[in-house]
Structures are given as structure tokens and as C-alpha cells.
Ligand binder design. Structure first.
Ligand SMILES: Cc1ncc(COP(=O)(O)O)c(C=O)c1O
Length: 405
């Protein structure tokens, strides 16, 4: 551990706050471990339900909004600019049609060929419905995006750009401020998918003038499988009526008047559709407690320290693997990705040893050392285990088990 950062470790490193499995968990970029606070919060809401039945709605009614201040801090937003709701996919389906305003030749949508598939499916849905094209920023190496290619793709034919803050396979971190400013200067609306950065990389969505953003909360935020994601809409757009509307987005003060006409709720809450899943929200409610008092800059610094160690150990111990994560600190998120033809088997062999990595085709092992519950020993243990698995040929004898998650 770097001496410079060690003084804040007791606060940041709190494995006792999580349900830690035996072994080493390196998959917090896919599904974060359960914080005990999340379990308690879910149990609390179950007790509410048992004891209060429908009267529970008196306090569940504003539950999503009550989480906004904590969420807003994570993305550098004002509380009214964010809301916990939906999934990345549904939130894209809410925000893209709201902010996609084709006019004349400026009518196409732009994403990247390295995006998570659901982003492309959602974007293509709206392109198809409008007789427009979904254009994709190409990648030169199949792993990362080159700034010249991003810039070249943002033309006066593009109405809306969606970019990933961190690319899900390689872990490349894009410069949100730079590309937001650039695309807006070309006349485009800019949205971001922050799935792989929220809770790991601090953002300044408000100050950087981001038009909209979406994220999930089951990765670094540790809110649980399928927990509600979230969205950000910049303050300057908060008067815009959502293209797709539901009663939960109605003005809260008149929602239960049951009027036939929608009246837009205040803030990003207007993008909610139907009744929220209170038990899932409770997971997020508890998980956000883990972030209370945590300095996000320190969290990021510690994450960089751990991924930096991982990168140097990859160079030292695993010469057969290609490191596809950018080396520069400003260009990498919270995970390190290594590519090798046999990495699916390596992942399964790691699991058999109680070390949980993440695997994505083709041949990519993703490893995320999480400052809350991983340390240098975990990083070294993981990298040494991979070396042993290769040297011993252990990876050749693992079965065809699933490595989808
Ligand atoms: C970048 C990115 N976008 C979207 C998703 C999934 O979206 P949803 O939360 O709608 O399932 C993931 C899931 O891992 C992801 O990594």
C-alpha cells in the first residue's frame, strides 16, 4: 500500500461492512458484494410491509426522491437532477426519445462499436422508429476508442450522441468534460452511460453540462442484483416534458388526485413511470450508507493504486496476456482487463480456487479490486493464482461451466 494514502485506509477499507465470501472477490464491476446495511434496509422495509400494509406507502411514496442527495453526490449533480429508477435500458428508452430532436440533415444517432449491446439495441430502436441511422464510432484496436475517431464521427448530421464513461470490456475511461463540450459545440445532445464509473470514478455531470446520463447500481454501488438504476437530467432541461410518461412521474402534490392529464413532476423524478419496487430500492438505500462520509477522490485514488499494482503484476507475471486496459490513470476506470485465448478456462479455474473474476468474450478476464473490500494481498493473490493456473496446466482440465457473469 502506498504510504501516502495509508492514513485514510481505516475509513475506506471496511470489509466488515460486506458479506464477504471465502476467497477473493474481484467481480465488483459486475455484481458488488452485499453490504450488511443493504440487508438491514430490505429487512426494515419487509417489516414495514408486514406491520403497516398499505399504510406503508405514507413513507415509501417519497423513497426514490429521498435517495437523490446521496446519488447526486456520486455523479456531481444537484439532487433534483437525479432519480433512482428503472434500468439502464429502460432509462435510455425514456431519455433518448425525449432529447432526440431530428431536424433537417441533423437526424442520426451516434454510439460506439464497443458499447454494451443493450445501449445499441435501445439507440437503434429510436433510430428505426424515426427512419434515421445509428452510426457507430469505430475502434482501431477492437478495445479502445481513439480521440480522433470520436471527433470525426461527431458531425452536423448527428442529433444525439451516447457515450460510455468507461468501456465495459477494456475499462477505458473517456473524458466526460471534453466530449460533452465537443459534441455540444457541434450542436449535438450528449448522453452518458455511467454503468462502469458510478461509485468508482467521481463525476461532475452538472458542472460539465452533460445533457443526460444513466447508470445501474448493482456494480460498484453494491445495491443488489437488479436494483433500480438511475438517471441524470441537467437542470436546464428539467422543464422538458418526458416523451414517455407514467403516473409516478406526475407532480407529487397532485398524483393522487388521479387527474386524466399528466402534470410534470419536479426534477428528474418526472422520468419515473410506474410504482417503484420498494424492496429493491431498499437495497440501494442501504448500499448508499456505505458511501456516507467517503471522500470520492480518495476512493478513486485508492482504486488507481490497486489497479496500478495489478497492471505492474500483469507485466511481471503474465507476459502471455495482453493488457487491453489503458495504462494512463486518466484513461482507466475501476477494472483491469487481460486478454488471452484460454481466459475462459482460466476464469473457471480461478472460480474453482475461490477467486471470483469476471469474464467477457472474447477471452477477456476483467478484475476489479474494490477499495472497500480488496487490498494488495487480494491483488497479488489473484495474479499469482493465474500464473500458477497457467504453469500447472490446471486451466486445461476445467469443465465447461458457465462463466457468463
Ligand atoms: C455499460 C453497460 N450498460 C448497460 C448494462 C446493462 O443494462 P441494464 O441495467 O438495463 O441491464 C450493462 C451491464 O453490465 C453495462 O455494463
Amino acid at each position: 500500500m502506498g504510504a501516502t494514502l495509508s492514513w485514510f485506509m481505516p475509513k475506506l477499507y471496511k470489509p466488515e461492512a460486506f458479506a464477504l465470501p471465502d476467497g477473493i472477490y474481484m467481480d465488483g464491476n459486475s455484481l458488488g458484494l452485499m453490504p450488511h446495511a443493504a440487508k438491514k434496509a430490505v429487512e426494515r422495509r419487509l417489516t414495514d410491509w408486514a406491520e403497516q400494509a398499505v399504510m406503508g406507502w405514507d413513507h415509501w411514496f417519497g423513497l426514490s426522491e429521498s435517495l437523490s442527495p446521496a446519488l447526486a453526490r456520486l455523479v456531481g449533480a444537484r439532487p433534483e437532477e437525479v432519480i433512482a429508477t428503472g434500468s439502464i435500458t429502460t432509462n435510455l428508452h425514456l431519455l433518448v426519445p425525449t432529447f432526440y430532436r431530428p431536424q433537417g440533415q441533423r437526424r442520426h444517432l451516434l454510439a460506439t462499436e464497443l458499447d454494451f449491446p443493450t445501449d445499441l439495441y435501445a439507440m437503434r430502436s429510436w433510430a428505426d422508429l424515426n427512419g434515421a441511422e445509428l452510426r457507430l464510432i469505430p475502434s482501431r484496436d477492437g478495445h479502445t476508442l481513439h480521440p480522433d475517431d470520436i471527433a470525426a464521427a461527431i458531425t452536423d448530421e448527428i442529433a444525439l450522441v451516447l457515450l460510455p464513461t468507461v468501456l465495459y470490456r477494456s475499462g477505458q475511461l473517456l473524458d466526460v468534460a471534453r466530449w460533452t463540450e465537443y459534441a455540444q459545440a457541434q450542436g449535438c445532445v450528449v448522453g452518458w452511460d455511467a454503468a462502469h464509473s458510478i461509485g468508482a470514478v467521481p463525476h461532475q455531470f452538472h458542472d460539465h453540462g452533460v445533457d443526460f446520463a444513466v447508470w445501474c447500481s448493482y456494480k460498484y454501488l453494491n445495491a443488489g442484483p437488479g436494483a433500480p438504476g438511475g438517471l441524470f437530467v441537467h437542470e436546464r432541461h428539467l422543464g422538458t416534458v418526458p416523451a414517455l410518461r407514467g403516473w409516478w412521474g406526475n407532480d407529487k402534490t397532485s398524483q393522487f388526485r388521479m387527474e386524466n392529464e399528466y402534470s410534470r413532476g419536479e426534477g428528474a423524478g418526472a422520468y419515473q413511470l410506474g410504482t417503484p419496487g420498494v424492496l429493491s430500492l431498499a437495497g440501494l438505500e442501504g448500499a448508499l450508507e456505505v458511501y456516507e462520509g467517503v471522500d470520492l477522490a480518495q476512493l478513486r485514488a485508492r482504486s488507481l493504486e490497486l489497479t496500478g499494482l495489478m497492471l505492474s503484476l500483469a507485466d511481471e507475471l503474465l507476459p502471455e496476456m495482453q493488457v487491453i486496459t489503458p495504462r494512463a490513470e486518466a484513461e482507466r476506470g475501476g477494472h483491469v482487463s487481460l486478454q488471452w485465448d484460454h481466459n475462459k478456462q482460466v476464469s473457471l479455474a480461478l472460480r474453482a480456487r475461490g477467486i471470483i473474476p469476471d469474464y467477457r468474450e472474447p477471452g477477456i478476464v476483467r478484475l476489479a479490486p474494490i477499495p472497500f473490500y480488496n487490498n494488495e494481498d487480494d491483488v497479488r493473490g489473484t495474479m499469482q493464482a493465474i500464473r500458477e493456473i497457467i504453469d500447472s496446466g490446471e486451466y486445461r482440465s476445467v469443465g465447461e461451466g458457465s462463466a457468463v457473469s
